[in-house]
Design a protein. Structure first.
Length: 181
């Protein structure tokens, strides 16, 4: 009996430290059955350059996984992160993955992420490789399944302003797309 209690306690404690996950229950409008969706801590939004060579993927990660080491939070909720986590406030990290889907090296210049200027440093991306913009970090609610996104970059002499809505991916969608949870 003690072993069962220890295993259950361990499982619950490991779930408690996985900030950024969320469950949503509701009735399926087509079947009338109750369903549950287990959301991951990842939002995504993708856009391609006009020639298809650049896949710009905005990824929002909830929780501390992508917060740069030594990052110092400021502003609302920053004084007591443990209390913020208990209240459903988590770290939000916005990054843009610029992926070269062509067969030639390309040069890309990130301009801004969510309205914050990027370094404006150009970088070369080899075929099949990617570069990631510096992380933009904030604290906000863990609850929700959509988030507005806005980022800008330059490629092949053209400026791209990307505005859209990132969708939160379920754990099942992450498994299907990337083979992990």
């Amino acid at each position: 009996m003690r072993l069962v209690f220890a295993v259950v306690a361990l499982a619950l404690s490991s779930c408690a430290t996985q900030y950024g996950y969320m469950n949503e229950s509701g009735q399926d409008p087509n079947t009338g059955r109750w369903t549950q969706t287990h959301y991951s801590p990842y939002y995504e939004f993708e856009q391609r350059s006009d020639d298809g060579s650049v896949l710009a993927r905005m990824v929002i990660t909830l929780g501390g996984e992508r917060v740069p080491k030594g990052y110092k939070f400021t502003g609302p909720f920053s004084e007591d992160l443990a209390a913020a986590h208990r209240d459903g406030i988590v770290e939000w990290v916005w990054e843009v993955y610029l992926i070269n889907t062509s067969k030639e090296p390309i040069t890309v210049t990130p301009k801004s992420v969510m309205g914050s200027p990027s370094s404006n440093a150009s970088f070369e991306i080899l075929p099949g490789q990617w570069k990631i913009t510096p992380a933009l970090v904030d604290l906000d609610s863990n609850y929700g399944v959509e988030s507005p996104v806005h980022f800008e970059y330059e490629y092949a002499g053209k400026s791209y302003e990307v505005v859209g809505v990132a969708k939160r991916m379920s754990v099942e969608q992450i498994k299907q797309k990337y083979g992990r949870h």
